[in-house]
Design a protein around this ligand. Structure first.
Ligand SMILES: [Zn+2]
Length: 185
C-alpha cells in the first residue's frame, strides 16, 4: 500500500469513529441505550483501526513530534475556517475559530513546558488541572494523585486559571429547532 492509500484508510476509519460515536449519543437520547452501546463499540473499534493505519503511515512520533503535529493540524483547520465566507454559518464558524485558537494555545503551552524535569516541579505553577476529570488543584506542588478521580499525577498538567474561556455556543439558526451538532443544515 502506498502512503496515499494508507492515509485514505485512516481518514475513512477516523470519519466512521466520530460518526458512530455521535450516532451512539443520538440513539441514547432517543432511549435506545443498547443500540447506543453497539454504535459506541464500533466507534472504539474504528478508532483502534485508524490508529493501526496512522502508525503504519509513520504519523505517531515522540510526544514533542505529536504536539507539533497537533499544532500544525489545528493551524490548518484555523486557516480553513478563516477563509470561509458564509453568512448563514458565521456565528458557528466564529465560535469554532476561537476553540481552534484555544487548542493551539493549549498544545503550544504543553510543548513549551514539556521539559519533564520541571513539569511537576513545585513552584512551576500555582494551579494543576486533572485532564481526566477536570479537577483543578491549587498550590505550587502538583498532587501525587487526583483527590477527585484518584488517577496518577501523570494526568495533571500545569494550569493557567486566566486562560481564555471557551465562547458560549451561538443560538440555533432556526427557532424551535435545536441542532446538537453544528454545521450546515
Ligand atoms: Zn481527576
Amino acid at each position: 500500500m502506498d502512503r496515499e492509500t494508507i492515509m485514505r484508510a485512516f481518514a475513512s476509519e477516523a470519519d466512521s469513529n466520530t460518526r458512530m460515536s455521535i450516532y451512539a449519543e443520538k440513539a441514547r437520547e432517543e432511549g435506545f441505550n443498547a443500540i447506543g452501546d453497539t454504535f459506541e463499540e464500533i466507534s472504539g473499534n474504528d478508532e483502534r483501526i485508524a490508529g493501526v493505519w496512522l502508525e503504519r503511515a509513520g504519523e505517531i512520533g515522540s510526544i514533542e513530534e505529536n504536539l507539533q503535529k497537533g499544532i500544525d493540524s489545528n493551524k490548518q483547520q484555523l486557516e480553513f475556517y478563516q477563509g470561509i465566507q458564509d453568512e448563514e454559518n458565521e456565528a458557528v464558524i466564529t465560535a469554532i475559530t476561537q476553540v481552534k485558537e484555544n487548542q493551539i494555545d493549549m498544545l503550544q503551552e504543553a510543548l513549551d513546558g514539556l521539559d519533564t524535569e520541571t513539569w511537576y516541579t513545585p513552584g512551576t505553577s500555582s494551579h494543576w488541572l486533572c485532564s481526566r476529570c477536570g479537577f483543578v488543584a491549587g498550590g505550587n506542588r502538583c498532587p501525587l494523585s487526583c483527590p477527585l478521580c484518584r488517577c496518577h499525577q501523570g494526568f495533571f498538567r500545569p494550569h493557567r486559571p486566566g486562560r481564555r474561556p471557551t465562547p458560549p455556543p451561538p443560538p440555533p439558526p432556526h427557532p424551535g429547532q435545536r441542532p446538537r451538532y453544528g454545521g450546515r443544515r
